[in-house]
Structure formats: C-alpha cells, structure tokens
Write a protein that binds this ligand. Structure first.
Ligand code: ATP
Ligand code: MG
Length: 411
C-alpha cells in the first residue's frame, strides 16, 4: 500500500478527551477514530490489525473443532425473558420500535445460540459440538475510559460448546484453555498473560479468566510465585492458597481481563428445555461451556504493553504491515524494491509521500511497523537499504536479499 494513497494521516496531538494510552496512540497514528466514548471506527491500518487478531483466534477455534457461524445483534425480548436476564443484566441495551416491540442488543449470545442449536441437535449422536462467532457486542458500560479495552460496542469471539455429560465438557474446556494460551502467545502477549481463577458464580466453583499484567488494567490479580497461576480479588478472599499448586506466596498486580471461559453446565440449556435422550433413552439436560475473548480489548492491550515515547511497537504477528519502506528522494529504486518485496509475499507500507525525512521517520515510529527499510542515495551507494527494527536502536545497511533472509528467520 502506498502511504500517499492512505486515507488517514497521523496527528501530533491526541484528542483532549481521550485519557487512555492505547486510544491516544491508535488515534494519533490513524488506526481508529472515536465516534463517541466507547465507540470506535476501524480505519485502514486498524482494520488490518483487527483482521489479523481475528484470524489468529479463528485458526485456534477451528483447531478445537469450533464451527463458525454468525448470529444477529438484535434479539427479541422473549429470549431474554426466558432466562430471566431481561431484568437482571445491567449492561443490556434495550431498544423499542415504533410499534412498541422490544429488543435487546446482544451483549453475549446464550439466549440466541441455545434455541438455535435446539432446532438441529435432536439425537445424542449429534453431540458433542461447538459453534463460535466473531461479532459485535453491545454493553451499557458506565465507565468507558480505557479506550479500546472497554467499549460500548466491541468485537468479541464467543464460542459455545454442547455436551452430553460433564466429563466431556471438562475435557473440552481444557482444550479451549490451551487454545487460549496459544492465542495470547501468538498475539505477542503470552508472557504477561496469566491463567486466573475467578469465582464461577452459582453454576460452577471457578471460571477462568486470562489476565494480562498492565498498569492500565482495571482488575487486581494475585500471582502465585510458585506456579504463576493467578487468582482474582474476589476469590483471593475466599481462597487464601493457590488452587493450582497450594502455594501461599502471591504478588499483587494490576491486570486486564483479556479472556474468560466458563463451565455453564445447565445454566442456559435448562431454561430453554434443551434436553436429549441418551443411549439408554434417559432424558438429560444438555451441558454447556462458553468461552469469550475481546478483539478490541486485545488490540488495546497490545498497545498498552508495546509502546514507547515515540509510538506503537507492534508484534509482527498482528502488525498492519511487516515492512515500512521509506523513500528519501529515491522513488524509482524504492518502487522497484516495493514490487520485489510484494512478489515475496511481504506486506509493505511504502512511504512515497513528498515529505521531509524527519516527518517520515516520526510517522514510522508512531505507526510501529516491525521492519523499517530506508532507501536513500546514501544507502544505494553503500549497496542496498538501511534496515532497522522498530523494537531495536541499531540500523544496518544490507542488500534486499539479506533483508529477506533476516525476515524469514524473524531476526
Ligand atoms: P469486564 O469485567 O472487564 O467488564 P466481563 O467479565 O463483563 O468484562 P465477559 O462477559 O467475560 O466480560 O466477556 C468476555 C470477554 O469480552 C472479556 O474477557 C473481554 O476480553 C471482552 N470484553 C468484555 N467487555 C468488553 C468491553 N466493554 N469492551 C471490550 N471488550 C470487552
Ligand atoms: Mg469476564
């Protein structure tokens, strides 16, 4: 993509009403725009990051047998009355049409997925199965001060699994837990993300959150110094020792809840009467699990973790482009290299603008693409291009072939 054609431009100043670092940087660099508090548009650069996050999550969900579907946002009131959550779910947006018909804007989809699957799963032979979607959710968040990490409208991946018995659910739950670990690793935040025991509410002893340590987090977690599993605040009160290893030495950290998985058991299948006759002809209520992860929140978290005073430092796996190619008055040679890199399947943002070197470098640091490649008269006479990683200080002149070799091994 040629930067001269990019519909967005960078800005020197963050909007005054935006207090969170992630939204400030993402808005200044032109990844997102704020329509109103907690509601963001994804611009070309931000959309590319969102799609990369989405694809990592999708691959891992498909790998655990999830089948992708897409459910509506507009939910009839009756579905929410069936589980009692029309009145108890504080963050449910409720809308009414001109005839007085009421709807909820989906904050989560148990009320839709259960009656949906009920239409198809009518024999024990159909079990187990799992469906997921990547879709926009609505929640009436009162505090929307954490930028992309807490939206009123945001994208979530929600997976729902259906089982004949608890043992089967438990086994599947462990598989999804492992898939979540892989997702966070692949997105570059694995090291800072802790599996965290959270109280499970009425239907299960524990649920598990994935909490990413960051000063920008709204939660407090207690990390076991022995096994690095964490527990959240409420259960720390109930459970003074680590439920994983029995350790009693914890460090307290601020953290961001980047994912949450639950053993729902019959919490939502029972109200809809989702029952099945097993092999022996015995009627059983279907057992369920649900597994959520926020895409916007993950994007915001990555920016909170990986930035410096100059801007964002994207992990390669979710960066909008792999290479930021900067021409300093050498457009013809740069164009040739641009085409060569693209032929190699490398995603390149080509700064072909008529702008000063200082401005190009400052924008490149702000946008945060992992490999900066400069083409200038100097680099050409030294035999190639100047290569600098966003995460490192040193720059080196090398041939394009050498750059390609380095990129292949990721160093
Ligand atoms: P929180 O406690 O932060 O409000 P939650 O526990 O209500 O979140 P869940 O219902 O567990 O959220 O949703 C699953 C996942 O969706 C969360 O782990 C998080 O990654 C994401 N998520 C939830 N609320 C938001 C939001 N308002 N904006 C962006 N992502 C969100
Ligand atoms: Mg949660």
């Amino acid at each position: 993509m040629k930067q001269s054609r990019l519909t967005t431009k960078t800005r020197k100043e963050a909007p005054k009403d935006e207090v969170s670092l992630n939204a400030q940087l993402l808005m200044r660099a032109g990844f997102v725009d704020k329509l109103t508090a907690g509601v963001y548009s994804f611009l070309p650069l931000g959309f590319r990051v969102l799609k990369k996050i989405e694809n990592i999550i999708r691959e891992e969900m498909v790998a655990v047998g999830g089948q992708e579907i897409l459910m509506p946002t507009l939910h009839p009131k009756a579905n929410w009355e069936q589980t009692g959550r029309w009145d108890t779910m504080d963050d449910l947006y409720k809308v009414e049409d001109a005839s007085g018909r009421q709807f909820g804007l989906g904050p989560t989809h148990e009320e839709v997925v259960v009656p949906l699957m009920q239409k198809f799963a009518n024999s024990y032979k159909d079990f187990p199965f799992a469906v997921f979607q990547i879709q926009n959710k609505f929640r009436m968040e009162l505090r929307a001060k954490s930028g992309l990490m807490r939206g009123r409208e945001f994208f979530m991946k929600d997976l729902y699994s259906f089982h004949l018995d608890e043992k089967d659910m438990d086994e599947y739950y462990e598989k999804v837990k492992a898939a979540y670990v892989r997702i966070f690793q692949r997105a570059g935040i694995g090291e800072k993300t802790h599996l965290t025991f959270a109280s499970g509410g009425s239907f299960s002893k524990y649920s598990h959150e994935f909490q990413t340590v960051s000063g920008a987090g709204e939660d407090l977690i207690y990390i076991c110094q022995k096994c690095s599993t964490a527990i959240n605040k409420e259960i720390k009160e109930e459970t003074p020792v680590c439920p994983e290893c029995g350790g009693a030495d914890f460090s307290e950290e601020k953290a961001i809840e980047t994912g949450n998985i639950f053993k729902l058991k019959t919490k939502f299948s029972a109200p809809f009467g989702l029952e099945i006759s097993d092999e022996k002809g015995e009627k059983k209520t279907v057992i369920m699990g649900c597994y959520g992860i926020g895409l916007n929140r993950m994007m915001g978290t990555v920016v909170e973790l990986f930035s410096d005073e100059k801007g964002i430092v994207w992990p390669q796996s979710i960066a909008p482009f792999a290479v930021h190619l900067i021409s300093l008055n050498q457009d013809e040679e740069a164009q040739r290299i641009y085409e060569q890199l693209q032929r190699e399947g490398i995603e390149v943002l080509f700064d072909d603008r008529d702008a000063r070197a200082g401005e190009k470098f400052a924008d490149s640091d702000l946008i945060g693409i992992p490999w900066r490649v400069v083409v200038s008269g100097k680099t050409i006479s030294a035999g190639g291009v100047e290569v600098k990683k966003r995460s490192e200080e040193k720059a080196e002149v090398m041939s394009v072939e050498e750059l390609l070799r380095k990129m292949k091994i990721g160093k």
